[in-house]
Design a protein around this ligand. Structure first.
Ligand code: FRU
Length: 324
């Protein structure tokens, strides 16, 4: 299926050091490793749009076969994405959107729906009567904006639901503002946080005020494994989380299809679902199975590589013997 000898895929990652991003990169690496002729190169912009623009420029200069971009902001990278596109390099956008249509394909879950799911869960648990603190993500990113819009769309329909809105800064809980909101609203019974990291920070603050039993916290992401959202639900720290898949392996698959001149849909949707105490165990079992399969694959790749190296040195020896 792959007719080119060496395929180079550049991935421009936006944010460093969080488990959602790490899991995204890991799934990309595994997918790439399935194809011995595919090389995946990752640059991380570390929350700086300027750096992300430079990184994508570099991929253009390096003449990569495709660029996968996980945008930091949705606007500032428009020109460089359009430039890559104009040069005929297919661009696959993952997770956050870019405000241009000049790219090959997008893959990600519906963040408006993510917000709605959280809203509906609070409505159903509270029978339409609740006081909620919502910690919003950055409005200049599509997940930040859209999760909040979806949440609002649902809770607005219930006059018994009151929402106090706070803004996260750099994916962190605004601790002072959160403490203040807790003091000013002693009747708060729910927190909807933009992601599980912020949700956990909210839990720690609630705990320090001895409110952790009273306040039910809902996050987003649902990464499997230690410190991930699924574990937090299992431990009763979060009431629920909304699954937000990273799309890592799917993005690499899309890139490879495009490189092989296959036609792919412009918009590729990832599913989302509520994870609470009822299904957390099932979800983590399912994801564990995938992880085990992935490490099997990694192990196999390792064995194959060793064999190749052994074979190479044996045939070198052979050549040497023939010469002698
Ligand atoms: C991680 C993260 C996730 C979130 C995604 C949205 O860096 O903040 O928590 O779901 O990015 O872009």
């Amino acid at each position: 299926e792959e007719d080119k000898d060496e395929i180079l895929i550049g991935f421009s990652q936006s944010i460093n050091h969080d488990i959602w991003r790490k899991s995204m990169e890991h799934s990309m690496e595994i997918e790439a490793a399935l194809h011995p002729n595919v090389k995946l190169k990752i640059y991380n912009a570390n929350r700086k749009s300027k750096k992300q623009i430079k990184d994508i420029e570099r991929f253009i200069e390096e003449k990569v076969d495709a660029i996968i971009v996980s945008p930091f902001e949705s606007d500032s990278i428009i020109p460089v994405i359009e430039k890559a596109n104009a040069k005929g390099i297919p661009v696959i956008v993952v997770d956050r959107k870019v405000n241009t249509s000049n790219y090959m394909a997008y893959i990600g879950a519906d963040n408006v729906e993510v917000g709605r799911i959280a809203g509906r869960h609070i409505v159903s648990l509270s029978k339409g009567k609740a006081k909620v603190i919502e910690v919003r993500g950055a409005y200049y990113t599509s997940p930040g904006l859209e999760r909040s819009l979806g949440f609002k769309e649902i809770v607005e329909q219930y006059s018994g639901i009151k929402v106090v809105r706070l803004d996260a800064y750099k994916d962190e809980l605004p601790k002072e503002a959160f403490l203040k909101a807790l003091t000013e609203n002693p009747d708060v019974d729910y927190v909807f946080a933009y992601n599980d990291v912020i949700a956990y920070q909210a839990y720690l603050v609630a705990k320090s005020k001895k409110l952790e039993k009273k306040i039910k916290i809902i996050g987003v992401d649902g990464i499997n494994g230690p410190y991930g959202g699924i574990q937090l639900v299992k431990d009763g720290i979060l009431k629920a989380t909304v699954l937000y898949l990273t799309g890592g392996s799917e993005a690499v698959k899309l890139a490879l299809k495009v490189i092989n001149k296959e036609i792919v849909p412009k918009k590729n949707n990832l599913n989302t679902v509520l994870i609470d105490s009822l299904n957390a165990e099932i979800m983590s079992n399912q994801f564990d199975k995938i992880t085990i399969q992935q490490s099997d694959i990694e192990e196999q790749q390792h064995i194959i590589k060793n064999q190749e190296e052994k074979y190479a040195s044996q045939s070198n020896l052979l050549k040497l013997l023939i010469i002698l």
